[in-house]
Write a protein that binds this ligand. Structure first.
Ligand code: HEC
Ligand code: HEC
Ligand code: HEC
Ligand code: HEC
Length: 134
């Protein structure tokens, strides 16, 4: 039994160490600005609490994707800070089916409108709930 306890402890520590880099790779508060601060921005940039969302039991692949034949085949180890290929803008540009604004609205508002269990507050659906004026 002592040995079993040791192995379980070992596995738990290993799993924690493996999970840590993924969690640490995320910035806590991100400023999302689809126009990169350029002229013509109509709404204030959105402050997005990345960790808060991950803590709500969402999987990385609920938001991050790489589609192949309609399936999300993203390798989660590719989700590292500073990587350009995982940014929404890498694929959602002015020429794509969904531009950047549509991609953000589709994902953010789409999920916020879904009924969710165990939630204390309704996530924001109105403009000012995300585009907060300072
Ligand atoms: C609710 C949606 C959502 C969930 C869940 C989510 N992310 Fe993100 N993540 C985003 C958005 C939006 C961005 C900003 C993308 C951009 O800048 O184009 C982002 C950016 C990132 C970045 C880039 C950070 C930087 O500054 O370079 C990393 C790394 C990342 N996410 C990792 C993860 C990992 C790992 C998980 C799972 C534990 C996860 N994300 C879960 C929405 C999410
Ligand atoms: C590697 C390229 C790539 C990246 C990075 C990417 N997308 Fe997509 N996304 C696609 C493709 C391809 C589709 C399928 C529809 C299409 O052809 O535009 C899609 C579809 C969507 C959809 C429609 C619903 C769905 O999930 O199928 C939304 C919403 C969306 N993306 C939002 C985002 C957001 C927000 C980010 C950043 C967190 C992001 N995408 C990052 C390529 C990408
Ligand atoms: C897959 C589901 C899902 C997606 C996608 C998602 N959210 Fe949320 N969001 C939630 C949940 C769940 C909460 C928390 C409600 C609560 O407090 O219980 C939340 C809360 C929030 C809040 C209020 C908390 C705060 O930070 O003040 C904001 C703002 C927010 N989300 C912005 C965004 C933005 C911007 C995006 C897109 C980049 C996004 N969300 C994408 C599920 C989602
Ligand atoms: C759940 C969060 C959320 C809600 C609700 C929301 N947005 Fe957005 N919106 C975003 C995110 C994230 C972006 C991309 C970051 C940015 O550029 O601000 C964006 C981008 C935009 C843009 C393009 C950039 C700009 O400022 O010109 C416009 C315009 C916009 N939203 C208008 C609206 C309007 C109008 C409403 C209400 C009908 C609304 N949004 C509701 C999250 C949201």
């Amino acid at each position: 039994m002592k040995r079993l306890g040791f192995y379980i402890g070992f596995i738990t520590i290993t799993m924690t160490l493996l999970a840590a880099p993924a969690l640490m790779a995320q910035s806590d508060k991100m400023t999302l600005d689809s126009s990169k601060g350029g002229a013509g921005k109509k709404r204030p940039a959105v402050i997005f609490q990345h960790n808060l969302h991950a803590e709500k039991g969402l999987s990385c692949k609920d938001c991050h994707h790489l589609y192949e034949k309609g399936e999300n085949v993203l390798d989660e180890s590719k989700l590292v800070e500073g990587s350009k290929e995982i940014q929404c803008s890498a694929c959602h540009g002015s020429k794509s089916k969904l531009n950047l604004e549509e991609a953000y609205h589709g994902q953010c508002i789409g999920c916020h409108k879904k009924p969710m269990k165990d939630q204390k507050k309704t996530p924001p659906r109105y403009c000012g709930g995300c585009h907060v004026r300072k």
